[in-house]
Design a protein around this ligand. Sequence first.
Ligand code: SAM
Length: 213
Amino acid sequence: MDPLIARRHMVKEQLEARGIDDPRVLAAFLEVPRHKFVEEYLKYKAHEDYPLSIGYGQTISQPYMVALMTQSLRPEPEDKILEIGTGSGYQAAILSRLCRVVYSVERISALASRARKTLDELGYYNVHVRLGDGSQGLSKEGPYDGIVVTAGAPHVPGILVSQLAVNGRLIIPVGSETLQELKRITKTKEGIKEESLGGCRFVKLIGKNGWEG
Ligand code: SAM
């Protein structure tokens, strides 16, 4: 199927049908060519309703999960965003269409290089990929209007909350190694607000403030 037609189906049947209704978010999913972020042998499955392997024991998340996290982050055009877990670069690419600048940290060097290459080929130059332990955030470039963690953590790392600007949002899956709850933490002048966005299943956040590798 033509990739644009496949994206239209994906947006209508997987995102709009499940309540994703932010027009900017939907437009970003129509624009970003998801099939470019998966390996050649899996391209025919790129728009399916589930995560796919990207090698090294990691995955590109299900389209709906990327959309839910993106919409829940409430991205604004002038925002500076931090993503933890670059993986294929797809979530960073979506965010790059919605925000001013995206920093994305990945711990596996081969994935970071491949994502950088894909993002460059597409001209998404407002994404900056960094290699390292994202469970410690990226204090040098902070504070951030939004932080999205695309791997499951045992708890909410305080250091990530500390790198949020006032009114900043943190989206993070928190729970056991196999099952988590997606949370939105909002930093306000009055304090920290925490909301649950439902259950989810992510690969492990491995690092100082995550799981042991
Ligand atoms: N956002 C990615 C995408 O759009 O393809 C999917 C990410 S995948 C579900 C989770 C990623 O988090 C993996 O690539 C994994 O290597 C990475 N990761 C796990 N722990 C990390 C850490 N402490 N710092 C940075 N990346 C980490």
